[in-house]
Design a protein around this ligand. Structure first.
Ligand code: A2P
Length: 336
């Protein structure tokens, strides 16, 4: 019989943590024991795994005794503070935050792209940024075919990427506006502006050069995952009133001559990616279809009319799954 593992989820009550529980269950991950950890606020709550109620415990430095694999998704500060305690207790940490993504001693992994890197870990493996993950699922096969040099991209990011509170905020704003409420009557606490019926061109804080941190992740994380130090990405990240699944419009320039035929062949063969591209029949990837689905979808593939050797395309993927919980569990699968 194969071995089974004591798994802990840090941030188990959050949007990603809840999904991690479901993904472990759905993929039949060999779990001998599941420990659910969150803040003191959630201690005593129960969550269900395989029909069994599990009581959420408060995260402490001593939470990791006997834990084999710890999936972290409670923000960068919590990861920085507690991941070393998990490693000291001999657990392998799969961290969904940005805390360790640029640490050269920590592999940054999308299993379909650079799964082999996971073997280099020294206790911690990082999960990439959600927008980067969704984008690379389509960009990587094209890079293999033609050699990407640089991309220009705009994202359309769902509110669930901000966390559980943002999902409630969008819902409450939509309800308030439907009731005719205006101005300060529209509840707002998570985002600096109303998100319902709006598009917010700020995801994350600004850097001195005018890009946001989130936008630069595509280039910096992309370089590590693609093993391509010269890869460049100019990105505008936009929050949109979509509950779930990020979409990205991309123009990519390549070293070698591109053809649509070769591009489709590469995309169709890529694991974890579906080609949905029949614009004449209004078939293209959309968050209403990619939400809740493991595979990312790519479509609207065309020769880029502004580049000598480029492709324009549109990719959509469930950022809580491929951008977070699913990718984390897939990394854990590489470990077992
Ligand atoms: P809690 O629900 O007890 O606040 P989201 O990003 O969806 O809001 O989820 C964040 C996750 O991180 C939640 O599970 C949250 O637990 C957890 N979390 C936040 N702060 C802490 C903390 N200080 N210690 C442990 N878990 C935390």
């Amino acid at each position: 019989m194969s071995k089974s593992y004591h798994v802990a989820i840090v941030g188990a009550t959050g949007a990603v943590g809840i999904e991690m529980i479901r993904v472990l269950e759905r993929r039949n991950f060999p779990v001998s024991k599941l420990t659910l950890l969150a803040s003191a606020r959630s201690a005593g709550k129960t969550l269900t795994f395989k029909g069994e109620s599990i009581v959420v415990q408060e995260l402490t430095e001593n939470s990791f005794a006997g834990v084999d694999i710890a999936l972290f998704s409670a923000g960068g500060g919590i990861s920085k503070q507690y991941a070393p305690h998990a490693v000291a207790a001999d657990a392998v940490v799969v961290d969904n935050s940005s805390a360790f993504r640029m640490d050269p001693n920590v592999p940054l992994v999308i299993p379909e792209i650079n799964g082999a890197d996971a073997a280099q870990h020294r206790g911690i493996i990082a999960n990439p940024n959600c927008t980067t993950a969704v984008t690379l699922m389509a960009l990587h096969p094209l890079h293999e075919a033609f050699g990407v040099t640089r991309v220009w991209a705009s994202s359309y990011q769902a509110v669930s990427g901000t966390g559980a509170a943002a999902i409630i905020e969008l819902e409450e704003q939509v309800k308030a506006i439907a009731l005719g409420k205006k101005g300060t009557e529209i509840p707002r606490s998570v985002y600096p502006y109303q998100i319902a019926f709006n598009a917010l061109p700020q995801v994350d804080s600004f850097l001195d050069d005018g890009y946001t941190r989130e936008e630069m992740k595509m280039q910096y994380e992309g370089r590590r995952i693609l093993h391509h130090q010269r890869f460049k990405a100019s990105v505008t990240c936009v929050r949109v009133p979509v509950y779930r699944a990020h979409s990205v419009a991309i123009s990519a320039e390549f070293e070698r001559p591109v053809s649509l035929e070769k591009a489709y062949t590469a995309l169709r063969q890529a694991p974890g990616l579906k080609v949905t591209d029949d614009p004449a029949n209004q078939k293209y990837p959309m968050p209403i279809f990619t939400a809740g689905q493991d595979d990312c979808e790519v479509g609207r593939v065309r020769l880029d009319c502004a580049l000598d050797n480029g492709l324009a395309f549109w990719v959509s993927g469930d950022q809580i799954l491929k951008g977070a919980a699913l990718n984390a569990v897939q990394i854990a699968e590489l470990l077992v």
